[in-house]
Design a protein around this ligand. Structure first.
Ligand SMILES: Cc1cc2nc3c(=O)[nH]c(=O)nc-3n(C[C@H](O)[C@H](O)[C@H](O)COP(=O)(O)O)c2cc1C
Length: 300
């Protein structure tokens, strides 16, 4: 029997999410308090909004309901003791912030709730929305003051354990050595963009590919466009081909090519979305090119 089909879904599948952990500060009748929360995330850039998801039995929720403010202190990898204490006891049980030699408290800038130092991010928030979601309550805070510490690394939480942030993953891009002229052509099109996004059509005749000359530079490439964000790339390509007088039937299946064009120490990243196309004959301004060192031909 195929073991893949009989494999059981792990009973604690929810533990397979990976998150950071924040120290949520608040204040109330019992004074200032701190709790650990992994369900914390930024949900808007402008205004900067942060949502936290807090269980009903906590002291934190009572505090935030009363004062309508809270602190989000994103824990660094050196703060597992702080997280364990903040997450292992309730403010109704002990005054966690006063536990000897554990929390380093700093004064807030724009709210009245104390903040924690040694974190990667400190955000002071004013409550703007509260909504029960399942067995937790979503509390959305508008950030009124935020700062970060570049020298600290975040604490990662996965399968109930704490981790360090690992090394950066090199992105999977095919490196293509190109001529100075080719690199210049694409860099000019990119106009400083980190990644240039292009959408083109591949028309083959045995082992030759259809290329066209760009009006200004006379540079030869497959017919392609630089699509606008959000628009359907195939529709735009087809419109362009029709307008230019290319009689090409464009396939519907996109082919993705992620490249880094290189010449000496200069590079340009390009994402090509390509569609296979069929044409009965050559159109004006096009030629068949043998698969050669040209960047487009080498994509495939
Ligand atoms: C790593 C970790 C993550 C946690 N994440 C959450 C969370 O996202 N939401 C929540 O309601 N409780 C979370 N908890 C549990 C609370 O921190 C815990 O119930 C705490 O005692 C509440 O404190 P309080 O009653 O002083 O507010 C987490 C605990 C740990 C250890």
């Amino acid at each position: 029997m195929n073991t893949m089909l009989t494999r059981k879904v792990p009973s604690k599948a929810e533990r397979y999410f990976s998150t950071g952990v924040s120290l949520i500060t608040s204040r109330g009748a019992k004074g200032p308090n701190v709790m650990a929360a992994e369900w914390v995330m930024q949900i808007s850039y402008n205004p900067v909004l942060i949502a936290i998801f807090i269980h009903n039995g906590s002291q934190t929720i009572k505090n935030i309901e009363k004062t309508k403010e809270f602190g989000v202190n994103v824990a660094s990898k050196d703060q597992t003791t702080e997280v364990n204490i903040a997450g292992g006891y309730s403010g109704s049980e002990i005054d966690k912030l006063k536990v000897k030699d554990i929390f380093q408290i700093t004064a807030p800038k724009k709210i009245k709730t104390p903040m924690i130092s040694g974190c990667t991010v400190n955000a002071e928030c004013k409550l703007i929305r509260k909504e029960k979601t399942g067995d937790h309550v979503m509390m959305v805070g508008r950030v009124v003051y935020i700062e970060h510490d570049d020298t600290k690394n975040p604490l990662i939480y996965h399968k109930g354990r704490y981790f360090n942030l690992g090394s950066t993953i090199e992105q999977d891009r095919k490196e293509v050595q190109v001529s100075k002229e080719t690199l210049e052509f694409f860099t000019n099109l990119a106009q400083g963009k980190f990644v240039l996004k292009c959408t083109g059509v591949l028309v083959w005749s045995t082992n030759k590919i259809m290329v066209t000359k760009w009006q200004k530079t006379r540079f030869e490439t497959i017919p392609f466009i630089i699509p606008r964000t959000g628009e359907n790339q195939r529709d735009r390509l087809v419109k362009f081909l029709n307008k230019t007088g290319f009689d090409i039937q464009v396939d519907s299946e996109p082919i993705m090519k992620r490249l880094v064009l290189k010449n000496t120490n200069k590079i340009q990243r390009i994402n090509f979305v390509l569609f296979n196309g069929k044409a009965e004959k050559l159109m004006p301004n096009t030629t068949w090119k043998q698969k050669h060192r040209d960047v487009i031909a080498r994509l495939i």
